[in-house]
Write a protein that binds this ligand. Sequence first.
Ligand SMILES: [Zn+2]
Length: 502
Amino acid sequence: MKNNSNKGKMTAIFCGFLLLICSQVLAGQKIHTVYFEGEENELHVYRINGTKPGKTLLIVGGIQGDEPGGFLAADFYADFLLEKGNLIVVPRANFPSILKMERKINQDMNRKFLDDDIPNYETKVVTVLKKLICESDCFLNLHEGSGIYSTEFEDEMKNQERFGQSIIADNTVLEKTGSEENINLEQMAQIVIAKINRHIKNKEHYFHFNNHRTNDPDSIHKEQLKSATYYAYQSCKIPAFGIESAKSLPLEQKVRQHIYAINGFMEVFDIIPQTPRVDLKEPEMQYMIISVNDSIPVVVGKMQHLKINKGDTVKVLDILANYERGLSVDVIGLGNQFNDMKKKLVINESTRIEAKKDFYKCGSVFLDIDSKASKAVSLLAVSESNDTQEIRYKLIINGKTKIIDNYSHLSIRRGDKLIIEDILTGKVDPSKYIVNFKGFIGNLHNNNGEDRGYVIDTSEGSLLTRYSLKKKGRQYYVLTTLNGKEVGKIFVDIQSQANEEI
Ligand SMILES: [Zn+2]
């Protein structure tokens, strides 16, 4: 069993940027639990807790694999976020049967909730479902039924014994013990049925309440004593309903009917969805799709290197990230200052292509000029980053590019204009570092210490002398940190102009 608290780690990192918005989001959360991981009956359970406390509705789909209307509808709710109340969503209770598009594999899973310990995977899943049912305030089991339920016998496919287009309960009233009030199951179902029927054009397809009277001596549905809803009704004492779309209807209509039913029960239990859903996960680029010299595009993963030849043209065709909108790329040192997507650029020096989601940097790939490869055998090679943590600095001094090694000295003259364009690194995305010219403030509004990209004027009085070595204003340093730890430094020695000393 594995727990993935999706909002925990990811959002926490991203919240550094958006503290106000995130404090709201973190209050609600989504926990994805995987049971029987790696087995064919792997069971995925999504618990979605609203920002405000409330009732818990359990939605189970796919307990029988040949009823897609149910599990496809349930699937949408796994991605929900809630304002109030809770959902427990099991989109695919019986995954092996879904894969085979069959009602059952060893046993009908919905006939195993009464004293059945035959050792098979169905038993294991049912044990988990039983626990989830008793944790909830209401349970919906999503099905497709053959034919259409009717209180009158109309024909072979439309009569009292059919299931389709009905909300089934095991009784009209759920009798509670102790001081708790009884729950009128029929009334609850009728409220939801009215909501569903508003969306159904053909009156012949209207939903109806279908009372199985499961425990009555003359019930025609005695087999339901072994069902999940009866377990909920009898053992957990919670309202439970089978939602049945008629098998013969188009798939989309079946799914929609289930959705109207789920939404209806959510309203009844005052479970309120977030609309729109606010999920500020940290932006992350996965792949860049790049064409070199108009060739067939290659897929380059985050932090991978693409070997090219000097003078090749490179065009980024697309990027794949955990967001679809707001994406752009910047070919460092080339192209324009906004977006280099789909622009054909001639590459003469090794550089990096940075992906952004809005203004958030979300991953880079590297273009390495391969000086050894001959033009004739120019094969596109994508490689993983090398392991060295080597850092070099790409600087622009009075408009001229200069690359220098870590822990080396840069000698410039007073008044020179210096830009730390970027650092060139191996394994770690350069945007994860902070490169800080001590004694210079790049961004006055947000002095996070990051000084890449700013024009650093070294004229007398432009820098803060107290940060220079020995406070003499002659030697400054640039400190590079990763997660707050020093990983590099260069020294900037400012030579006096000839007349300064006199
Ligand atoms: Zn079914």
